[in-house]
Design a protein around this ligand. Structure first.
Ligand code: IPM
Ligand code: MG
Length: 359
């Protein structure tokens, strides 16, 4: 099969981790006899530097012409002071919107060999296997109006949270469909005791649930969900939520399973799907060769599964990662300070070796 993939390395540790992930894809392609065609484009701060645009037209065209997009990370302190639409992050948001990827899937699974990396006691993190379904194109991230106005010292800023019934319904359906193939539990997170958006959210999810009688739906306020996620993470199966709550809770889930560096994501439902690790550009460790590439490598497994229906290939990457961790290999984020660890490329190399050995 020909695999046409647009790779947007982006900023900070983005280039280091995507480089390892692309090499893993090359190994998979040669083992399973696929032809990999990678085209690289600039995004975020890299796009600003090259084209003065965090999402250059060429990048968007390249993504739309590809069968899947793999992105590293965006965000750079060099551009912290530029106006909103010219921030690196604005490029990523525009890309998500242009691709139409409204459903962001963020699995948070506790690897048995990493139980000790969690800040929780092993018996509390054990068995955690959550699929976060985050709405990606609505809410506070995109709602209009938004502005900052007024005289210095007296300025006012406005952001708008807005959701329509069809927007809620389509993301709820994604969550219920996924739950069917899992433990058949959807926990919908909202703030229905305060927000109109959340009350509408709850109403629509209840309505959608009627089409999935085999799936159990329960609701939780986001504050309570943040607490239960720390107290009993293994209770969650599919966690359905709006854009901003999903952004926050998915980082929390990363912390719980040992490192945000392990989390992969798939953004689907649009013209071309987008795959990216959940972590950001981590400017503090960029260029040092110590970032964890596993979140991006696991994102390539999601890419092969969702965009190409290559289940065997996806599973091969996932078992290679599990085997490498089981064998005790760790990047810096997974060890106590002072303990030895592997570099980004050494970790990527271990995964490729495991893949080649057909573990
Ligand atoms: C994420 C990131 C992005 C988001 C930023 C970089 C815009 O935090 O993918 O979780 O908030 O969606
Ligand atoms: Mg985030």
């Amino acid at each position: 099969m020909l695999l046409k993939i647009a790779v947007l390395a982006g900023d900070g540790i983005g280039p280091e981790v995507t480089d390892q992930a692309v090499q893993v894809l090359e190994t998979v392609a040669s083992r399973f006899q696929h032809q990999l065609q990678v085209s690289k484009y600039a995004v975020g701060g890299a796009g600003l530097q090259a084209e003065n645009d965090p999402l250059p037209a060429q990048t968007l065209q390249g993504c739309l012409a590809a069968q899947a997009v793999l992105l590293g990370a965006v965000g750079s302190p060099a551009f912290d002071h530029v106006p909103g639409p010219l921030r690196p992050e604005a490029g990523l948001l525009r890309l998500r919107r242009e691709l139409g990827v409204f459903a962001n899937l963020r699995p948070a699974v506790c690897f048995p060999s990493l139980e000790d990396c969690s800040p929780l006691r092993p018996e509390n993190i054990r068995g955690t296997d959550i699929m976060i379904v985050r709405e990606l194109l609505g809410g506070l991230y995109f709602g209009q109006p938004r502005s900052t106005q007024g005289e210095a010292g007296q300025r006012e800023a406005v952001d708008t949270m807005r959701y329509s019934e069809p927007e809620i319904e389509r993301i709820a359906r994604v969550a219920f469909e996924l739950a069917r193939g899992r433990r058949r539990k959807v926990t919908s997170i909202d703030k229905a005791n305060v927000l109109d958006c959340s009350r509408l959210w709850r109403e629509v999810t209840v309505r959608v649930a009627k089409d999935y009688p085999e799936v159990q739906l329960n609701h939780m306020y986001v504050d309570s969900a943040a607490m239960i996620l720390v107290a009993r993470p293994a209770d969650f199966d599919v966690l359905l939520t709006e854009n901003m709550f999903g952004d926050i809770l998915s980082d929390q889930a990363g912390g719980l399973i040992g490192s945000l560096g392990l989390l992969a994501s798939a953004s689907v439902g649009g013209r071309v799907a987008l795959y990216e690790p959940v972590h950001g550009s981590a400017p503090d460790i960029a260029g040092k060769g110590i970032a964890n590439p596993l979140g991006t490598i696991l994102s390539t497994a999601m890419l092969l599964r969702h965009s190409f229906h290559l289940e065997k290939e996806a599973a091969a990457i996932e078992s290679a990662v599990a085997a490498v961790l089981q064998a005790g290999n760790r990047t810096r984020d997974l060890v106590a300070s002072g303990q030895p660890f592997l570099s980004t490329s050494e970790m990527g190399g271990k995964v490729r070796e495991a893949l080649a050995r057909k573990i």
